[in-house]
Design a protein around this ligand. Sequence first.
Ligand code: ADP
Ligand code: MG
Length: 248
Amino acid sequence: SSLAEALLSCRQVSRYFGSLAAVKDVSLDVMPGEVLGIGGPNGAGKSTLFDVITGLVPASAGSISFAGRSISGKGADEICHAGVARTFQLNAAFEHLSVQENIEVAAHFGSTARIFPGFRVAASARAAAAESLETVGLIGKSAQRAGALPVFDRKLLMIAGAIVTKPKILFLDEPVGGLNRDEIDLIQALIERLRTSGMTIVVIEHVMRFLLTLSSRVIIMHHGEIIFEGLPGQVAEDRTVVDIYLGQ
Ligand code: ADP
Ligand code: MG
C-alpha cells in the first residue's frame, strides 16, 4: 500500500516568546487537496503557527517541510515563492493604494510583502492582479482606494493578494471574522472554488458553522498544543474540546 505524501509537514514545531510557549510541539501533516480547519480559543497559538510556517517568525524548535523539501529557517519571500501563501487575521492592505495596486504589489513581492516608496511592478504583475481580482469578484472596484473598502471587500482583497502568487497551499487566518451570514456563505463558496481548482487550504476560524462545513478535517489548538484532530462531525462530541469552549 502507498500512503499519500503530505504537501506540508510540521514536526515538533515550537515557538516561544520569552517563557511563553505560543506554539508547543506541534506536529501535523497537510494532505494535498484537503481543507484543514484549525479552531481553538483566542491565544491558542493558531496565528503564530501560521507565522512560523510562512517564515514571518522563526521557529524555536522543530522542522517544517513543504513539497518534500525543508523550509525550516527560510525567509518569507522564499517560502512564498515556493508556493505557500497566506492572509492575515487583521486587515493588511496598503490603505493609500488602489485595489489593483495592492494586488500588483502582492504579485510582484509576494503575499507577505512590505513595500517601499516609489516601487514599480512588472507588467506581468498587472495582468496577474486583474485575473486574481476577477476570481474574487473585486475587478469592478480595481480603481478604488483600499482604505475605503468595507470589511467584506477587505477580506476579498486579502484573498486576492494571496492567490495572485499562484500558491499550491493557501493559509487563511480568520477569513470571515466580522462578516454577516450571507458574506460568510460567499467567502465559503470562493474557498470551495479555490479548492476545486487544485489549491490545498488551511483555514483558521472561530465561526464554527463555517469551519465545520468547509473543512475535510479539523484540528483544535489550546495553549499552543493540538488537543484534537478528527472529522468535523467529531468536534462537538469531544469532551476536552467541549470543556475548553464552555470553560472560556
Ligand atoms: P491565536 O491566533 O490562536 O489567537 P496567537 O498565535 O495570536 O493565538 O497567540 C498565541 C500566544 O502567543 C498568545 O498568548 C499571544 O499573546 C502570544 N504572542 C503572539 N505573538 C506574540 C509576540 N509577537 N510577542 C509576544 N507574545 C506573542
Ligand atoms: Mg489569531
